[in-house]
Design a protein around this ligand. Structure first.
Ligand code: GLN
Length: 488
């Protein structure tokens, strides 16, 4: 059976109607992974034996006529910064290359409870710092649409695995765009939920006030189904919000009639590739044709989002990464004394980008500079949030490109600042703690282009509604890279 083009509903029906057993399905995906990994390299670990053991249990349930949940028996994979008990969790870093967590992240637990079958752990930029997966401490992942190009990042493995049909859904994490930008580059749907909607317990911390876990899927409906399984209050995460979790599929109406959509002019400025702008403008016309009311609006402090993020994120990471000292986790370097052991462990264990951020963050937090940089950045963060509060008094959803360009070639951009600029449209959303989704909006030269929809706090429902209407009336989600069809 061809597995690369199946939605969650398709797979659930196949299992329930006993057209395929869960073991056969799991084997089918494992085979597809083996074949397409020659090109894509999205996986750091494949958990074949464990997966087949779970599949056998699901088959038993089905054989006993027990009912199964919508994700039960369905293959999935996790970005390698989500803890999995007994399964290596490297965070894409050589410093954690042998780290096997003794516990599960809450999202791991929730997917397990839903009966999903974990096929493995996915490649990422080291500690989620990056936009191309080239900062992985192990190897780069390729974009399934053009294997000479990056899949985006930092959740590059999560997006590439779904785009290559290796799993029907995966989880990524997003601190400044790391779910949405790779989703855009790989032509799949990626949601960054509202800060506090999905538990961060067991997510290896990068910048704790910005990090969120979210689903990466082929379709908008699949995305809502996965969010149903992972969202909700978790007492183990003090920043998790006790909110009423709706059934997100109830929002999937093919209707945007009367919806007020704002187009922030700052998201269409310098640096946006004209071909990408054309695709996104055309997508906005489609939303208008479907009955949405479109109006230009302004978020005046957006130009400060990048510098603000590159103070706050490194500041938090310099503190979060202090724990990797060769004593408590992972790798330990040889040395004569303890201080040298700390130094060598960190010098050998961390990659260049991680070291750069730790230095930036340590500097921004040091006495004498704290007020000038960190405190100032926190104040600007408030102004950015207030800009959003203001426009959301008037609009239900904001629309922008997800990234200023499509996927670039592996090795093409070496200047870190040039790579940072690729996140201009996604970073403000994290600073304000808002939900946002990226969905396929068209193609430029055979490469997918993503459109970003931004919503109010806990406004995931309206994002799904808008995205669903767009998807159903365009159909870009049905496109698949040609070589995958041959792999089958
Ligand atoms: N690309 C951004 C960075 O390098 C965002 C990463 C992320 O969202 N984890 O920090």
């Amino acid at each position: 059976m061809e597995v690369f083009n199946k939605t969650i509903d398709d797979l659930h029906t196949l299992l329930v109607e006993k057209e395929i057993s869960c073991t056969e399905l799991t084997r089918g995906y494992l085979k597809h992974i083996r074949q397409s990994e020659e090109k894509v390299r999205a996986f750091l670990t494949v958990t074949e034996d464990m997966a087949l053991a779970v599949a056998a249990k699901v088959d038993k349930k089905i054989a006993n006529q027990e009912s199964i949940g919508i994700l039960e028996g369905l293959p999935t994979a996790l970005k390698d910064n989500m803890c999995t008990e007994g399964i290596k969790t490297t965070c894409g870093s050589r410093i954690l290359r042998n780290f096997v967590p003794p516990y599960n992240a809450t999202v791991t637990e929730k997917l397990q409870e839903a009966g999903a079958v974990l096929l493995g752990k996915l490649n990422m930029d080291e500690f989620a710092m990056g936009s191309s997966t080239e900062n992985s401490g192990f190897f780069p992942t390729a974009n399934p649409w053009d294997v000479e190009r990056v899949p985006g990042g930092s959740s590059g493995g999560s997006a590439a695995s779904v785009a290559a049909g290796e799993v029907p859904f995966s989880l990524g994490s997003d601190t400044g765009g790391s779910i949405r930008q790779p989703a855009a580059f790989c032509g799949v749907v990626g949601l960054k939920p509202t800060y506090g909607a999905v538990s961060r317990y067991g997510l290896v911390a990068f910048a704790s006030s910005l990090d969120q876990i979210g689903p990466i899927t082929k379709t908008v409906r699949d995305n809502a189904l996965v969010l149903n399984a992972i969202a909700g209050h978790d007492p183990k995460d003090t920043t998790s919000v006790p909110f009423h979790k709706p059934d997100y599929t109830q929002f999937l109406e093919n209707d945007v009639q009367g919806l007020k959509i704002g187009i922030p002019k700052e998201f269409f400025g310098r640096g946006l590739q004209p071909e990408v702008e054309k695709v996104v403008r055309q997508a906005i016309v489609t939303l208008a044709d479907l009955g949405a009311e479109i109006e230009e609006c302004s978020l005046p402090h957006m130009e400060y989002a990048m510098p603000t993020y590159y103070i706050i994120a490194p500041a938090e990471c310099s503190s979060n990464l202090a724990r990797y000292d060769g004593v408590r986790y992972g790798y330990r370097a040889e040395a004569e004394d303890m201080i040298d052991m700390f130094k060598n462990t960190r010098a050998e264990g961390f990659g260049q980008e991680v070291k750069r951020r730790i230095m930036l963050g340590t500097y921004a937090l040091s006495s004498g500079y704290y007020d000038a940089y960190y405190l100032k950045a926190q104040k600007v963060r408030t102004l950015i949030k207030q800009d959003f509060d203001q426009v959301f008094g008037k609009y239900d959803v904001l629309v922008s490109p997800t990234a200023p360009t499509p996927a670039y070639k592996i090795g093409e951009i070496s200047d870190p600042l040039a790579i940072y600029m690729g996140d201009v449209y996604t970073i403000p959303v994290n600073l304000a703690g808002l939900p946002a989704i990226s969905l396929p909006a068209g193609f430029v030269g055979g490469l997918p282009v993503g459109m970003q929809l931004i919503g109010k706090h806990f406004g995931e429902g309206i994002l799904y509604r808008t995205a669903y209407a767009f998807e159903q009336n365009t159909g870009y989600h049905r496109e698949v890279p040609a070589w995958i069809k041959e792999v089958g």
